[in-house]
Design a protein around this ligand. Structure first.
Ligand code: DC
Length: 224
């Protein structure tokens, strides 16, 4: 029997992570935060002074990552090689490094097995950019969660301020726009909705409203 899989793809700040965690909690499924994988790689490469276009070194680094994503109603923990990573993944510098390492096809290939291994009984909810198109093309339910860049920048701004970082609104908006262009136009696995994805625009919705939409889609697919 195959493991049920739900994918939630979309740009940064659309609310994917929260929607994925809350629906995983309701269904008792495992969680995959694929953005965290690229962030870990970006951070580890920066720490090891590996250039973000040194593909061979990035691939060997990718092969050494062992990650899991324990979560609860409050949030998701990223556990790397047995130790919790903490908040250091949530900076703009790490997000930018993640987006840069993510453009290299051999790096994406090297991270494929790690992502697919997360699909275990009783099911998986994953969020990212290419989960419904490339990583899990046969997923039972594919969602593409979008929102205007202004709304996403405001959400990211509040998130970073709440985590104690000093940031400027205009800088966040600019970074998001740059990252959006890079993620949407890269040659391999660009950010596009799968043909069979349900598109939800979260610009005017609360997290609870998005969760309700996702829950309805799960029910319609016999997943809840
Ligand atoms: O979702 P996030 O903001 O944590 O993702 C950080 C970067 O990682 C994003 O700019 C692009 C990359 N990424 C990707 O290329 N493919 C994924 N499935 C998830 C993230």
């Amino acid at each position: 029997m195959t493991v049920p899989i739900i994918t939630i793809d979309g740009p940064s700040g659309a609310g994917k992570g929260t929607a994925a965690r809350l629906i995983a909690l309701e269904l008792g499924f495992h969680l995959l935060d694929s953005g965290a994988i690229y962030r870990i790689l970006g951070l580890a490469a920066t720490d090891a002074q590996i250039e973000l276009d040194d593909v061979d070194s990035l691939v060997s680094l990718s092969n050494s990552l062992d990650l899991s994503f324990p979560y609860d109603a409050e949030g998701t923990e990223i556990v790397l090689n047995g130790a919790a990573v903490g908040d250091q993944l949530r900076t703009q510098a790490v997000a930018d490094a993640a987006s840069q390492v993510a453009v290299h096809p051999p790096v994406r290939d090297a991270l494929m097995g790690l992502q697919r291994r997360q699909a275990r009984d009783p099911g998986l909810v994953g969020d990212g950019r290419d989960l419904g198109t490339i990583v899990f093309p046969d997923a039972n339910l594919k969602i593409f969660l979008d929102a205007s860049v202004e709304v996403r920048a405001e959400r990211r701004y509040l998130e970073l301020i709440q985590s104690g970082q000093t940031v400027e609104r205009s800088a966040i908006l600019r970074d998001l726009e740059i990252r959006d262009v890079r993620d949407r136009t890269r040659k391999v696995a660009p950010l596009v909705p799968a043909n069979d994805a349900y598109v939800i625009d979260s610009s005017d919705k609360t997290a609870a409203q998005v969760l309700a939409d996702v829950r309805d889609l799960c029910r319609a697919k016999g997943l809840a």
